[in-house]
Design a protein around this ligand. Structure first.
Ligand code: ADP
Ligand code: MG
Length: 439
């Protein structure tokens, strides 16, 4: 099936042709006619399978030329970097039209954004915080929004964002089309959607939370921070295929610590990104990694969702994500658009409960590898690893999620349910050797 069959128009077909895209991905093919029919939609499809164009193509197909000032389409996403990426995608598809679009996000000058909004715009892509700030100035009016997209919807409706998002939905017309997308979903969010949105049609290309087969997964049981550093150093030194490596860590502090250690060992080859850095530094780190000037990017979960970084060969989970959803999104930064990728997860003893939850959701065990002989198993613990601190980490304080807050507790409860819900993987895991001896 080629794009010809989607009832696109000339400008869109020409833009797709320029991009060299030959046929729509399954979510694009299935979502197009349903979105065109005007229905609300929840689209679930694996990471990197083209969900952005799945909503942008029908939106741009039906957007008529207008010189009205107030926006008619609004796309809401969790991070600034994702705003910029989606705006670039709109730009690519708008080569042959005069669509006016705008990126609205924090950490930048609000006055210049006000001026741009004032000049008139068709599509706004925004993070919720800055969007609210701009609405409050009275310059941004959302009364004319006809189509609303909530990308990474499970994240956007999780506790940290929910109130902000819902209260601000009230300022929009009730008669509008709402489109929601993600690779993961959970029952709690589905209940929120059922309550606030009108009978959305669910398009599920694969069951939610299915990782891509293209991503090769492996895990190591590693006792502590210093050994994790030793192992990562070993892998980077001995395996050339680790060419573009995204290293995730749960907290800003951990990200800084990992960055410092790696930077000493691999000078000039490592960058870091987290929400305590300036917006310029964030964009710069991402750019250097994207363009291949830096081999390694150490990051918090702010880059786990939605970002499409070209040809990431390996994702390394320096710590094990505390929710299966975070795991799916983190590893989904590799293996995108039919490419291959490898996801390596370091698991210490305290993190093994997260491993069980992840494997339960995927309904598959992550293949296990022993730590190579040459890697020194350190006995030196960091300050954070003394027992009292381990408990604190388990409560996941200070994680670099998009919004801090009680979301963790909610997730923890949900995880418990998942773990209790299915015993199969848990049973399998019982037989697993969980020592740090090399076998
Ligand atoms: P998702 O939102 O599902 O994670 P994205 O929308 O970010 O995925 O798309 C992943 C990558 O696939 C992007 O680089 C995008 O440009 C590319 N892509 C999207 N649609 C197609 C297509 N029909 N053919 C080839 N590549 C595509
Ligand atoms: Mg996406």
């Amino acid at each position: 099936m080629s794009f010809d069959k989607l009832n696109l128009n000339k400008p869109l077909l020409s833009a797709l042709d320029d991009l060299g895209y030959i046929e729509p991905t399954p979510i694009q093919e299935r979502a197009f006619p349903i979105i065109m029919s005007g229905k609300d939609v929840i689209g679930i499809a694996q990471t990197g399978t083209g969900k952005t164009f799945a909503y942008l193509l029908p939106i741009l197909r039906s957007l008529k030329y207008s010189d009205q000032r107030h926006p008619r389409v609004l796309v809401i996403v969790p991070t600034r970097e994702l705003v910029l990426q989606i705006v670039k995608e709109i730009e690519k598809l708008s080569t042959y039209t005069s669509t006016r679009f705008l990126a609205i996000y924090g950490g930048t000058n609000i006055n210049s954004q006000k001026q741009l909004v004032y000049n008139g715009v068709d599509i706004i892509v925004a993070t919720p915080g800055r969007l609210v700030d701009l609405s409050l100035t009275g310059i941004l009016r959302l009364k004319d929004i006809k189509q609303l997209v909530i990308d990474e919807v499970d994240q956007m409706l999780s506790l940290g964002f929910r109130q902000q998002l819902l209260s601000f939905l009230e300022t929009m017309p009730s008669k509008k089309q709402t489109l929601m997308f993600s690779a993961t979903m959970n029952e709690e969010i589905e209940a929120v959607i059922a309550k606030y949105f009108y009978q959305p049609e669910k398009i599920e290309v694969t069951p939610h939370g299915t990782p891509l087969e293209k991503i090769e997964q492996v895990c190591y049981h590693v006792p502590n921070f210093n050994t994790k550093i030793n192992l990562l150093e070993y892998l980077l030194k001995n395996d050339d295929s680790l060419n573009k490596v995204l290293v995730f860590s749960a907290t800003k502090k951990l990200a800084d610590n990992v960055y410092e250690q790696l930077n000493q060992r691999f000078p000039e080859a490592v960058a870091v990104i987290h929400s305590n850095l300036s917006q310029t530094a964030r964009i710069n780190s991402l750019k250097q990694f994207h363009e291949g000037t830096k081999r390694v990017l150490v990051a918090t979960d702010i880059v786990a969702r939605g970002l499409d970084i070209t040809d990431v060969t390996h994702v390394v989970n320096f710590d094990t994500p505390d929710t299966p959803e975070d795991y799916i999104h983190r590893i989904g930064r590799t293996g995108r658009a039919n490419k291959d990728g490898v996801a390596i997860t370091f698991i210490n003893e305290a993190e093994q409960e997260f491993q069980v939850a992840i494997e339960t959701m995927m309904n598959k065990a992550i293949p296990y590898e022993s730590i190579p002989e040459e890697v020194v198993i350190s006995k030196v613990l960091t300050d954070e690893e003394i027992p009292k601190m381990v408990d604190k980490i388990k409560q996941k304080k200070g994680k670099d999620k998009y919004v801090p807050g009680p979301a963790f507790h909610e997730k923890k409860e949900k995880n418990k349910k998942v773990i209790l819900g299915s015993a199969s993987v848990k049973e399998k895991m019982k037989g697993k050797i969980r020592t740090y001896r090399r076998s």
